[in-house]
Design a protein around this ligand. Structure first.
Ligand SMILES: NC(=O)c1ccc[n+]([C@@H]2O[C@H](COP(=O)([O-])OP(=O)(O)OC[C@H]3O[C@@H](n4cnc5c(N)ncnc54)[C@H](OP(=O)(O)O)[C@@H]3O)[C@@H](O)[C@H]2O)c1
Length: 234
């Protein structure tokens, strides 16, 4: 039986590491992003997930790589993170973030689930900020909380389908998104990495391992999995 992984944002960071892992496991892998994946063998669907048309186009292209009866790992990983706060978050920026982080997920689910058979999964890449907030990431925190609701609602709507879902919530992970958010400050990156039980940043490969495991583990249907090396709470 054919096995396909459809990963949004497999052009960098956690998505690229996840694409590599699924390729190693013998899956056909589709990357949905504006840039191509650096991983050999990945099928690239160039699309901008900030518009309904872009997400719909991506779903149609990705669906062409699903064989009837084959299983699919649909991994919602692409994300937009802006720096904003309750004082300055404009509705335009909020809607821009929600379009990528929530709207595109909704479109991909609606349009790809009809092609997905028993044994498939819908895996959400959330964040520690799906369950708590920090200052300075207002729209992102809202969108990540919304994704958690999306995962739980997905679970309820798919009862009996033999398709499971789960959310992996990474802690601080060594990727471009984190670097950008910290303004490229290497010292701050290091300091942030020390805020967990292992005193280092999570690697994209560790999150990729959690994602592939979640896909292969229907018993965790509906679960929120923390993947942060154990955060030190203050
Ligand atoms: N790094 C962390 O510390 C951390 C912590 C918690 C959660 N996360 C979550 O982990 C996931 C992956 O992030 P990352 O850290 O690996 O960041 P990253 O390396 O910056 O990757 C982000 C991905 O999202 C894609 N993307 C963004 N906007 C898009 C758009 N409009 N259309 C299509 N694709 C778009 C990018 O692709 P293109 O630019 O090629 O379009 C890129 O592949 C995200 O959901 C993020 O919220 C990360």
């Amino acid at each position: 039986m054919s096995k396909t992984a459809i990963i949004s944002g497999a052009s960098s960071g956690i998505g690229a590491a996840t694409a590599r892992k699924f390729i190693e496991l013998g899956y056909s892998v589709v990357n949905i992003a504006r840039r191509e994946s650096p991983v050999d063998g990945v099928i690239n669907v160039g699309a901008d997930l900030s518009t309904e048309e872009g997400a719909s186009y991506a779903a149609a292209q990705a669906a062409e790589n699903i064989s009837p009866g084959g299983t699919v790992a649909l991994v919602h990983n692409a994300s937009l993170m802006l720096k904003d706060s309750v004082h300055d978050c404009s509705n335009v920026d909020l809607m821009r973030v929600l379009a990528v982080n929530v709207g595109a997920v909704n479109t991909l689910n609606r349009e790809l689930l009809p092609c997905m058979s028993a044994g498939s999964s819908v895996i959400y890449v959330g964040s520690t900020l799906s369950e708590k907030a920090v200052a300075g990431a207002h729209s992102y925190v809202i969108s990540k909380h919304a994704q958690l609701g999306q995962m739980r609602a997905t679970c309820q709507d798919l009862m009996g389908s033999q398709i499971h879902t789960a959310m992996i919530c990474p802690g601080f992970t060594d990727t471009e998104m984190l670097k950008q958010h910290l303004g490229g400050d290497a010292e701050l990156m290091h300091e942030i990495g020390s805020q967990n039980g292992f005193g280092r940043l999570v690697t994209p490969e560790e999150i990729a391992g959690a994602i592939t495991w979640a896909h292969q583990s229907p018993v965790i249907n509906g679960s929120v999995i923390h993947a942060n090396l154990g955060q030190i709470e203050r």
